[in-house]
Each structure stands twice: as structure tokens, then as C-alpha cells.
Write a new protein. Structure first.
Length: 316
């Protein structure tokens, strides 16, 4: 059954034979996906893209005769052959997948990678995934995240899925929740920020968003997670989806996001040396949730990976 030893863009359904009886599912996958890193195999088990009899299983599950194992499309990260994309960036992006089926792909977008190319950026997430995987040539962005914002990003494999998800976005039926770290002690009694936002293009070519009564209605719901001496860790839920909405609303309330140079935020100094600064925008798309017309509920979550640094250096 060693049929999965190279890059593969198909979904496989394998019927378990007697000689695999009682073998652990993780060991089974190691044997038939020989060039795929173990880290990736554990990931596809964890997120449920590998199924046994249409159900999620844990790595310790022992196979039974006539079990049907569904294995999603996969790739061999050790043989990325693109000449345009640095291998470390390619590996980072390919390992960021948190969910995949025949309709969509969801990634935990790393910081520093744009959602799409343009304005001096040759490759964004969408262009790189199309190049790195032959089965994703028709991939489309469902929505966007800023280059320095990390977290859940959805991409569609089918035009019909893209249209449906765009309709849900337009109707406000996709819930998006972010986690952010801001300067100052959040003391706003009314956590609903309703300020119209206007997008401007400066002569320099830079795009900036301001609060202006001529702008579009914009609504953000903030909630406090933890207050530190000089910083606040917050959740933000988008009720509208404007460019830079959370960043501008937080700054307008007097609490710019840490690391957001564009809207008044600064990096955290954790010591006297520059090497002890946290250089990033502290905004992460933590969760996205919606229902599709088929009635299925989809909810995706991704860790920000910087809570430890915040707890350690933003002491009470």
C-alpha cells in the first residue's frame, strides 16, 4: 500500500487489509507517506483532515479490518523546487495549514507575508500557494489580512465556494475574532466602538485609514482579557470588515496596538538592548466561524504564539 511516496494532489480512501489490523494510525501513515515530515502527519491527524470511517481519530487509534481511511492531498516539504520562493518561507507557509478539504484551505498566516502580491510585493500567500502546489492553481482569497497581522486566513478552491463565502461576508454572517495587545490600561466602559472610517491614498502611495464622518460605518466590539501595568490584552470582534479597522479603532480610543507604527503604536522594550524588543504588530486573527448553505458549521482557531512573551515581559 506504499502509494503515497511523492507529491500528491488527490484525496485517497484506503480500505484497511488484514495485515494492517491493530496497527496505530500514525505508524500506518508514516509507512505509506514516506517522504512527508512526521510533524505534518500529526498535524493532519490533529485537525481532522485524516478520517477513519468519516470520523476524526487520535494518533493512538488502532486500525480494524475494512476501516476506510481518508487521506487528504499532501506535499513533500523536503522537495520544494520553486526557484522564486525561499525554501524557509515556502516551508513556513506550507506548514501553516490548519484545515483543508475539497472546498477550502485555511492557514494560520505567518507575520511578514502579504495576503497577495502588489505594491512592490512579488509574492503573497495566494501566489506562493498556487506555485508551490499544482493542485491549487485556481485558489482564491476569501478575505485578506494585513502583511503584519497573523492568524486565520481562508482560501477557496472553488468559485462556487468563493461566491458563497463572499455573500456571507457581505451579510455579516462570518464571525471574526482577534486578539491584540495595546498600550495603556483599557478603561473604556462601553466596549462597542462605532466610528466611521475613511480610506485615503497619500501622494507617497501609502494607504492610510482615518476616522471621518464621510467614511463608512465601522463597528468593533472589544473585550478585556488581562490588564498589565502599561498594556492591555484584548479580544476584538469585527461587526464590519473595513481596512485596518481594529488598528484605527484602537488608536482612536487612545490605545494603539503595540508595534503599529502606522497608527501610533510602538514596540515593547524588554531590556536595554535592541535585541530584547518584540518586533511585530501584536494583532492576531484568532478565530473565524460561519455556517454554509449545506448546514455545516465551520470554526477555525489559531494560536498567536506570543502570549508567553506578553505574560513574561508585561508584568502586573
Amino acid at each position: 500500500m506504499d502509494i503515497l511516496n511523492k507529491k500528491d494532489s488527490k484525496i485517497h480512501e484506503l480500505v484497511i487489509e488484514e495485515n494492517y489490523l491493530n496497527q496505530r494510525i500514525d505508524n500506518f501513515l508514516f509507512n505509506i507517506m514516506k517522504n512527508v515530515p512526521r510533524k505534518h502527519i500529526y498535524k493532519i491527524l490533529r485537525v481532522g483532515t485524516v478520517r477513519v470511517n468519516k470520523k476524526r481519530v487520535k494518533p493512538l487509534y488502532r486500525l480494524q479490518t475494512k476501516d476506510i481511511v481518508r487521506i487528504p492531498p499532501f506535499w513533500n516539504n523536503t522537495k520544494i523546487c520553486s526557484t522564486n520562493i525561499p525554501i524557509n518561507i515556502a516551508n513556513l507557509l506550507l506548514n501553516s495549514v490548519i484545515y483543508e478539504d475539497e472546498r477550502m484551505l485555511v492557514i494560520n498566516k505567518p507575520i511578514g507575508i502579504a495576503s497577495h502580491g502588489g505594491s512592490g510585493i512579488n509574492f503573497g500567500v495566494i501566489e506562493m500557494l498556487r506555485e508551490l502546489r499544482n493542485d491549487l492553481k485556481t485558489l482564491d482569497l476569501v478575505h485578506r489580512l494585513d502583511k503584519e497581522t497573523s492568524g486565520c486566513l481562508i482560501l477557496s478552491k472553488k468559485k462556487s465556494v468563493l461566491r458563497e463565502l463572499h455573500k456571507l461576508l457581505f451579510e455579516g454572517k462570518i464571525i471574526k475574532r482577534y486578539v491584540l495587545l495595546v498600550h495603556g490600561k483599557w478603561n473604556i466602559s462601553n466596549n462597542i466602538v462605532n466610528l466611521p472610517l475613511l480610506k485615503l491614498n497619500l501622494k507617497s502611495g501609502e494607504r492610510i485609514v482615518i476616522v471621518d464622518k464621510q467614511g463608512k460605518e465601522s463597528l468593533t466590539l472589544f473585550n478585556t482579557i488581562k490588564i498589565f501595568d502599561n498594556y492591555s490584552l484584548l479580544n476584538a470582534e469585527l461587526k464590519t470588515g473595513r481596512t485596518h479597522q481594529i488598528r484605527v479603532h484602537a488608536a482612536a480610543m487612545g490605545f494603539p496596538i503595540v508595534g503599529d507604527d502606522k497608527y501610533g503604536g510602538k514596540n515593547i522594550k524588554m531590556g536595554s538592548a535592541d535585541s530584547y524588543k518584540l518586533h511585530r504588530l501584536f494583532l492576531h486573527a484568532q478565530m473565524i466561524k460561519f455556517y454554509m448553505s449545506c448546514g455545516n458549521k465551520f470554526e477555525f482557531n489559531s494560536a498567536s504564539n506570543w502570549e508567553y512573551e506578553i505574560e513574561h515581559f508585561c508584568k502586573n
